[in-house]
Design a protein around this ligand. Structure first.
Ligand SMILES: *Cc1c(COP(=O)(O)O)cnc(C)c1O
Length: 368
Protein backbone atom coordinates (compact mmCIF):
# COMPACT_ATOMS: atom_id res chain seq x y z
CA UNK A 1 0.00 0.00 0.00
CA UNK A 2 1.53 3.38 -0.96
CA UNK A 3 1.71 5.81 1.92
CA UNK A 4 -1.32 8.10 2.13
CA UNK A 5 -0.77 11.11 -0.11
CA UNK A 6 -0.79 14.65 1.07
CA UNK A 7 -3.04 16.26 -1.42
CA UNK A 8 -1.63 19.76 -1.73
CA UNK A 9 1.63 20.57 -3.43
CA UNK A 10 2.78 23.91 -2.00
CA UNK A 11 4.52 26.40 -4.30
CA UNK A 12 7.34 28.77 -3.33
CA UNK A 13 8.34 30.87 -6.32
CA UNK A 14 11.91 31.97 -6.95
CA UNK A 15 12.86 35.60 -6.32
CA UNK A 16 15.64 35.41 -8.88
CA UNK A 17 14.15 34.09 -12.13
CA UNK A 18 16.86 33.29 -14.68
CA UNK A 19 16.89 34.53 -18.26
CA UNK A 20 15.53 31.89 -20.62
CA UNK A 21 17.83 30.79 -23.46
CA UNK A 22 16.90 31.42 -27.09
CA UNK A 23 15.05 28.45 -28.58
CA UNK A 24 17.69 28.16 -31.33
CA UNK A 25 20.45 27.59 -28.75
CA UNK A 26 18.71 24.70 -26.97
CA UNK A 27 20.27 21.23 -26.93
CA UNK A 28 19.41 18.41 -24.49
CA UNK A 29 19.54 18.62 -20.72
CA UNK A 30 22.04 21.45 -20.28
CA UNK A 31 19.83 24.25 -19.00
CA UNK A 32 17.30 23.91 -16.18
CA UNK A 33 14.23 25.91 -15.26
CA UNK A 34 13.61 28.16 -12.23
CA UNK A 35 11.86 25.56 -10.06
CA UNK A 36 11.89 21.94 -8.99
CA UNK A 37 9.68 19.56 -7.06
CA UNK A 38 10.86 18.01 -3.80
CA UNK A 39 9.32 15.38 -1.53
CA UNK A 40 10.85 13.15 1.13
CA UNK A 41 10.24 9.70 2.53
CA UNK A 42 11.01 8.63 6.06
CA UNK A 43 10.16 5.26 7.51
CA UNK A 44 7.12 5.60 9.76
CA UNK A 45 6.03 8.86 8.14
CA UNK A 46 5.82 7.80 4.51
CA UNK A 47 6.16 10.19 1.60
CA UNK A 48 5.51 13.74 2.78
CA UNK A 49 5.79 17.47 2.06
CA UNK A 50 5.43 17.57 -1.74
CA UNK A 51 6.39 21.07 -2.84
CA UNK A 52 7.57 23.25 -5.70
CA UNK A 53 10.62 25.28 -4.68
CA UNK A 54 13.30 27.36 -6.44
CA UNK A 55 15.76 25.17 -8.38
CA UNK A 56 18.92 24.52 -6.38
CA UNK A 57 21.56 22.09 -5.19
CA UNK A 58 20.88 19.10 -2.99
CA UNK A 59 23.42 18.80 -0.19
CA UNK A 60 24.45 15.29 0.76
CA UNK A 61 26.60 13.68 3.38
CA UNK A 62 29.35 11.67 1.64
CA UNK A 63 27.96 8.53 3.30
CA UNK A 64 24.54 8.97 1.63
CA UNK A 65 23.64 5.50 0.39
CA UNK A 66 22.75 6.38 -3.24
CA UNK A 67 26.32 7.60 -3.79
CA UNK A 68 27.63 4.13 -2.93
CA UNK A 69 25.08 1.55 -3.99
CA UNK A 70 23.08 3.32 -6.67
CA UNK A 71 19.56 2.91 -5.29
CA UNK A 72 18.17 5.42 -7.78
CA UNK A 73 15.36 5.46 -10.35
CA UNK A 74 14.15 8.06 -12.80
CA UNK A 75 11.74 8.66 -15.63
CA UNK A 76 11.56 11.10 -18.54
CA UNK A 77 8.58 12.76 -20.18
CA UNK A 78 7.85 15.94 -22.04
CA UNK A 79 5.53 18.93 -22.19
CA UNK A 80 4.88 20.55 -25.57
CA UNK A 81 3.62 24.00 -26.51
CA UNK A 82 1.19 23.67 -29.37
CA UNK A 83 0.49 26.07 -32.19
CA UNK A 84 -2.59 27.09 -30.17
CA UNK A 85 -0.30 28.19 -27.30
CA UNK A 86 -1.58 25.42 -25.00
CA UNK A 87 0.97 23.37 -23.07
CA UNK A 88 0.33 19.63 -23.06
CA UNK A 89 1.88 16.77 -21.12
CA UNK A 90 2.16 13.47 -23.01
CA UNK A 91 0.99 10.35 -21.14
CA UNK A 92 1.81 11.72 -17.69
CA UNK A 93 -0.14 9.02 -15.84
CA UNK A 94 1.68 6.20 -17.64
CA UNK A 95 5.05 7.76 -16.81
CA UNK A 96 3.99 8.14 -13.16
CA UNK A 97 2.99 4.48 -12.99
CA UNK A 98 6.26 3.38 -14.60
CA UNK A 99 8.27 5.40 -12.08
CA UNK A 100 6.47 3.47 -9.36
CA UNK A 101 7.29 0.15 -11.01
CA UNK A 102 10.95 1.19 -11.17
CA UNK A 103 10.74 2.07 -7.45
CA UNK A 104 9.30 -1.35 -6.66
CA UNK A 105 12.14 -3.10 -8.57
CA UNK A 106 14.70 -1.33 -6.35
CA UNK A 107 12.88 -1.72 -3.00
CA UNK A 108 12.02 1.99 -2.96
CA UNK A 109 8.63 2.69 -1.31
CA UNK A 110 6.05 3.52 -3.97
CA UNK A 111 4.34 6.88 -4.15
CA UNK A 112 0.74 7.69 -4.99
CA UNK A 113 0.70 7.69 -8.82
CA UNK A 114 -1.89 10.49 -8.83
CA UNK A 115 0.42 12.61 -6.68
CA UNK A 116 3.37 11.97 -9.01
CA UNK A 117 1.24 13.03 -11.93
CA UNK A 118 0.13 16.17 -10.11
CA UNK A 119 3.77 16.96 -9.32
CA UNK A 120 4.45 16.96 -13.09
CA UNK A 121 1.53 19.32 -13.61
CA UNK A 122 2.68 21.55 -10.73
CA UNK A 123 6.23 21.97 -12.05
CA UNK A 124 5.05 22.62 -15.60
CA UNK A 125 2.56 25.20 -14.29
CA UNK A 126 5.29 26.89 -12.21
CA UNK A 127 7.70 26.98 -15.16
CA UNK A 128 5.03 27.44 -17.83
CA UNK A 129 6.95 30.26 -19.52
CA UNK A 130 9.95 27.93 -19.87
CA UNK A 131 8.16 25.65 -22.33
CA UNK A 132 9.79 26.73 -25.58
CA UNK A 133 7.77 27.88 -28.58
CA UNK A 134 9.70 26.95 -31.73
CA UNK A 135 8.69 23.89 -33.75
CA UNK A 136 10.16 20.65 -32.41
CA UNK A 137 11.18 22.10 -29.04
CA UNK A 138 9.76 20.89 -25.73
CA UNK A 139 10.22 20.86 -21.98
CA UNK A 140 11.88 17.66 -20.79
CA UNK A 141 10.77 16.59 -17.32
CA UNK A 142 13.03 14.37 -15.21
CA UNK A 143 11.50 12.86 -12.06
CA UNK A 144 14.08 11.01 -9.94
CA UNK A 145 14.12 9.12 -6.63
CA UNK A 146 17.34 8.57 -4.67
CA UNK A 147 18.15 6.86 -1.38
CA UNK A 148 19.25 9.50 1.13
CA UNK A 149 19.92 7.49 4.25
CA UNK A 150 23.38 8.21 5.66
CA UNK A 151 24.88 4.77 6.19
CA UNK A 152 27.14 2.27 4.43
CA UNK A 153 25.27 -1.00 5.08
CA UNK A 154 23.91 -2.67 1.95
CA UNK A 155 20.15 -2.77 2.46
CA UNK A 156 17.15 -0.79 1.22
CA UNK A 157 17.40 2.72 2.67
CA UNK A 158 14.94 4.10 5.22
CA UNK A 159 14.99 7.61 3.69
CA UNK A 160 14.51 8.83 0.12
CA UNK A 161 14.20 12.08 -1.80
CA UNK A 162 11.96 12.52 -4.84
CA UNK A 163 12.77 15.46 -7.09
CA UNK A 164 11.61 16.67 -10.47
CA UNK A 165 13.73 18.97 -12.60
CA UNK A 166 12.93 20.34 -16.06
CA UNK A 167 15.03 21.29 -19.04
CA UNK A 168 13.92 23.14 -22.17
CA UNK A 169 15.21 21.05 -25.08
CA UNK A 170 15.79 21.75 -28.75
CA UNK A 171 14.36 19.88 -31.67
CA UNK A 172 15.95 16.42 -31.87
CA UNK A 173 15.83 16.59 -35.64
CA UNK A 174 16.81 20.11 -36.63
CA UNK A 175 17.32 18.97 -40.24
CA UNK A 176 14.53 16.37 -40.47
CA UNK A 177 14.44 12.78 -39.20
CA UNK A 178 17.89 11.30 -39.76
CA UNK A 179 18.89 7.58 -39.85
CA UNK A 180 21.63 6.26 -37.57
CA UNK A 181 24.18 3.42 -37.83
CA UNK A 182 23.96 0.78 -35.11
CA UNK A 183 26.20 -2.09 -34.04
CA UNK A 184 24.84 -5.34 -32.59
CA UNK A 185 27.12 -6.45 -29.78
CA UNK A 186 27.65 -9.99 -28.52
CA UNK A 187 30.45 -8.86 -26.23
CA UNK A 188 28.43 -6.74 -23.78
CA UNK A 189 24.93 -7.16 -22.34
CA UNK A 190 22.50 -4.61 -20.97
CA UNK A 191 20.13 -6.72 -18.90
CA UNK A 192 19.32 -10.29 -18.01
CA UNK A 193 16.16 -12.08 -16.84
CA UNK A 194 15.90 -11.54 -13.11
CA UNK A 195 17.90 -8.31 -13.33
CA UNK A 196 16.90 -4.66 -13.64
CA UNK A 197 16.18 -4.30 -17.36
CA UNK A 198 12.53 -3.43 -16.77
CA UNK A 199 13.41 -0.55 -14.43
CA UNK A 200 14.63 2.91 -15.39
CA UNK A 201 17.49 2.83 -12.93
CA UNK A 202 20.91 4.48 -12.89
CA UNK A 203 22.75 1.14 -12.89
CA UNK A 204 21.53 0.23 -16.39
CA UNK A 205 23.03 3.38 -17.88
CA UNK A 206 26.36 2.93 -16.10
CA UNK A 207 26.39 -0.63 -17.46
CA UNK A 208 25.87 0.57 -21.03
CA UNK A 209 28.75 3.03 -21.29
CA UNK A 210 31.65 0.83 -22.38
CA UNK A 211 29.56 -0.87 -25.08
CA UNK A 212 28.49 2.54 -26.35
CA UNK A 213 32.09 3.77 -26.37
CA UNK A 214 33.21 0.70 -28.33
CA UNK A 215 30.43 1.21 -30.89
CA UNK A 216 31.41 4.86 -31.32
CA UNK A 217 35.07 3.90 -31.83
CA UNK A 218 33.92 1.66 -34.68
CA UNK A 219 31.99 4.52 -36.28
CA UNK A 220 28.49 3.60 -35.06
CA UNK A 221 25.97 5.78 -33.24
CA UNK A 222 24.29 3.25 -30.95
CA UNK A 223 24.48 -0.31 -29.65
CA UNK A 224 21.90 -2.96 -30.56
CA UNK A 225 21.61 -5.12 -27.44
CA UNK A 226 21.14 -8.87 -27.69
CA UNK A 227 19.80 -11.10 -24.91
CA UNK A 228 22.31 -11.94 -22.19
CA UNK A 229 22.08 -15.74 -22.36
CA UNK A 230 22.20 -16.83 -25.99
CA UNK A 231 23.40 -13.43 -27.27
CA UNK A 232 21.09 -13.93 -30.14
CA UNK A 233 17.69 -12.34 -29.51
CA UNK A 234 17.22 -8.63 -30.19
CA UNK A 235 16.48 -6.64 -27.03
CA UNK A 236 16.73 -2.84 -27.31
CA UNK A 237 18.77 -0.22 -29.14
CA UNK A 238 20.81 2.20 -27.01
CA UNK A 239 18.21 3.56 -24.59
CA UNK A 240 15.30 3.00 -26.97
CA UNK A 241 12.94 0.16 -27.83
CA UNK A 242 13.43 -1.43 -31.24
CA UNK A 243 10.96 -2.14 -34.05
CA UNK A 244 11.47 -3.74 -37.47
CA UNK A 245 9.35 -4.05 -40.56
CA UNK A 246 9.96 -7.28 -42.47
CA UNK A 247 7.68 -7.63 -45.46
CA UNK A 248 4.30 -6.53 -44.15
CA UNK A 249 4.89 -7.46 -40.54
CA UNK A 250 6.10 -5.08 -37.85
CA UNK A 251 8.03 -6.90 -35.14
CA UNK A 252 9.10 -5.73 -31.71
CA UNK A 253 10.54 -7.91 -28.95
CA UNK A 254 8.01 -8.74 -26.21
CA UNK A 255 8.22 -7.21 -22.74
CA UNK A 256 8.92 -9.73 -20.06
CA UNK A 257 11.97 -9.17 -17.95
CA UNK A 258 14.77 -7.40 -19.74
CA UNK A 259 13.05 -4.71 -21.80
CA UNK A 260 11.88 -1.31 -20.61
CA UNK A 261 8.14 -0.80 -21.18
CA UNK A 262 8.57 2.32 -23.31
CA UNK A 263 5.71 4.79 -23.46
CA UNK A 264 6.63 5.61 -27.06
CA UNK A 265 6.73 1.86 -27.85
CA UNK A 266 3.24 1.50 -26.42
CA UNK A 267 1.99 4.57 -28.34
CA UNK A 268 3.49 3.38 -31.63
CA UNK A 269 1.96 -0.09 -31.22
CA UNK A 270 -1.47 1.44 -30.48
CA UNK A 271 -1.33 3.70 -33.55
CA UNK A 272 -0.17 0.93 -35.89
CA UNK A 273 -2.97 -1.32 -34.62
CA UNK A 274 -5.43 1.56 -35.25
CA UNK A 275 -4.06 1.76 -38.80
CA UNK A 276 -4.52 -1.97 -39.40
CA UNK A 277 -0.78 -2.68 -39.60
CA UNK A 278 0.10 -6.30 -38.70
CA UNK A 279 2.11 -5.99 -35.48
CA UNK A 280 3.81 -8.88 -33.65
CA UNK A 281 5.38 -8.70 -30.23
CA UNK A 282 7.68 -11.68 -30.63
CA UNK A 283 11.28 -12.70 -30.23
CA UNK A 284 13.46 -12.10 -33.25
CA UNK A 285 17.05 -13.25 -33.63
CA UNK A 286 19.95 -11.27 -35.05
CA UNK A 287 20.35 -14.02 -37.71
CA UNK A 288 16.77 -13.47 -38.89
CA UNK A 289 17.39 -9.73 -39.09
CA UNK A 290 20.67 -10.07 -41.00
CA UNK A 291 19.04 -12.60 -43.35
CA UNK A 292 16.09 -10.25 -43.98
CA UNK A 293 18.60 -7.45 -44.58
CA UNK A 294 20.37 -9.54 -47.20
CA UNK A 295 17.28 -10.82 -49.02
CA UNK A 296 15.71 -7.37 -49.12
CA UNK A 297 12.64 -8.11 -46.96
CA UNK A 298 13.87 -5.89 -44.08
CA UNK A 299 12.22 -2.67 -45.15
CA UNK A 300 12.51 -0.51 -42.04
CA UNK A 301 14.02 -0.53 -38.59
CA UNK A 302 13.67 2.16 -35.93
CA UNK A 303 14.08 2.88 -32.25
CA UNK A 304 11.36 4.52 -30.13
CA UNK A 305 11.82 6.80 -27.12
CA UNK A 306 10.68 10.07 -25.61
CA UNK A 307 13.77 12.06 -26.65
CA UNK A 308 13.58 11.38 -30.40
CA UNK A 309 10.09 9.79 -30.78
CA UNK A 310 11.49 7.55 -33.54
CA UNK A 311 15.07 7.05 -34.63
CA UNK A 312 15.40 5.30 -38.00
CA UNK A 313 18.22 2.80 -38.43
CA UNK A 314 19.97 3.21 -41.78
CA UNK A 315 22.72 0.68 -41.25
CA UNK A 316 23.30 -2.34 -39.00
CA UNK A 317 26.63 -4.00 -38.24
CA UNK A 318 27.05 -7.45 -36.65
CA UNK A 319 30.37 -9.31 -36.43
CA UNK A 320 31.88 -8.84 -39.89
CA UNK A 321 28.58 -8.21 -41.67
CA UNK A 322 27.00 -4.89 -42.49
CA UNK A 323 23.57 -4.25 -43.95
CA UNK A 324 22.01 -1.04 -45.25
CA UNK A 325 18.31 -0.73 -44.45
CA UNK A 326 15.82 0.99 -46.73
CA UNK A 327 18.62 2.51 -48.78
CA UNK A 328 19.82 4.29 -45.62
CA UNK A 329 16.73 6.51 -45.74
CA UNK A 330 13.91 7.04 -43.25
CA UNK A 331 11.18 4.49 -43.98
CA UNK A 332 7.58 5.33 -44.77
CA UNK A 333 6.07 3.83 -41.62
CA UNK A 334 8.81 5.31 -39.42
CA UNK A 335 8.04 8.76 -40.81
CA UNK A 336 4.29 8.21 -40.46
CA UNK A 337 4.69 7.31 -36.79
CA UNK A 338 6.87 10.35 -36.18
CA UNK A 339 4.36 12.63 -37.85
CA UNK A 340 1.35 11.09 -36.07
CA UNK A 341 2.84 11.09 -32.56
CA UNK A 342 4.21 14.62 -32.80
CA UNK A 343 0.89 15.88 -34.23
CA UNK A 344 -0.87 14.60 -31.10
CA UNK A 345 1.83 15.98 -28.80
CA UNK A 346 1.61 19.48 -30.30
CA UNK A 347 -2.18 19.42 -30.47
CA UNK A 348 -2.28 19.50 -34.28
CA UNK A 349 -4.28 16.28 -34.49
CA UNK A 350 -7.15 14.79 -32.47
CA UNK A 351 -6.11 12.68 -29.48
CA UNK A 352 -8.48 9.69 -29.60
CA UNK A 353 -6.60 7.75 -26.90
CA UNK A 354 -6.62 10.66 -24.42
CA UNK A 355 -2.83 10.74 -24.18
CA UNK A 356 -2.36 14.47 -23.65
CA UNK A 357 -3.43 16.74 -20.81
CA UNK A 358 -3.36 20.54 -20.92
CA UNK A 359 -1.49 22.37 -18.15
CA UNK A 360 -2.68 25.93 -17.58
CA UNK A 361 -0.37 28.75 -16.56
CA UNK A 362 -0.90 29.82 -12.93
CA UNK A 363 -3.24 32.83 -12.74
CA UNK A 364 -0.56 35.28 -11.47
CA UNK A 365 2.00 34.33 -14.11
CA UNK A 366 -0.65 34.52 -16.83
CA UNK A 367 -1.44 38.08 -15.77
CA UNK A 368 2.22 39.15 -15.58
C1 LIG B 1 13.55 5.41 -21.43
C2 LIG B 1 13.93 4.17 -22.17
C3 LIG B 1 13.22 3.71 -23.29
C4 LIG B 1 12.14 4.50 -23.97
O1 LIG B 1 11.04 4.73 -23.15
P1 LIG B 1 10.02 5.91 -23.47
O2 LIG B 1 9.02 5.80 -22.39
O3 LIG B 1 9.47 5.64 -24.81
O4 LIG B 1 10.81 7.17 -23.43
C5 LIG B 1 13.57 2.48 -23.84
N1 LIG B 1 14.59 1.77 -23.34
C6 LIG B 1 15.31 2.18 -22.28
C7 LIG B 1 16.41 1.33 -21.78
C8 LIG B 1 15.01 3.40 -21.67
O5 LIG B 1 15.73 3.83 -20.66
Amino acid sequence: MPSSPETTISVTRTRTPQPRPEDASLSFGKVFTDHMVLMEYEEGRGWHSPRVVPYGSLTMDPATSVLHYGQAVFDGLKAFRGADGQVRLFRAQRHAERLNRSCAALCIPEMDAGLIRRSFEAIVAADHEWVPRSPGTSLYIRPTVVATEVQLGVHPAHRYTYFVICSPVGSYYKEGVKPVRILATDKYVRAVQGGLGEAKTAANYAASLSAQRDAERQGYTQVLWLDAIERRWIDEVGTMNIMLRIGDEVITPPLGGTILDGVTRNSALALMRDWGVRVSERRISIEEVMQAGQDGSLREMWGTGTAAVVSPVGELGYRDQRIVIGGGQTGELTQRLYDAITAIQYGRAPDPHGWTSVVEAPAAAAAA
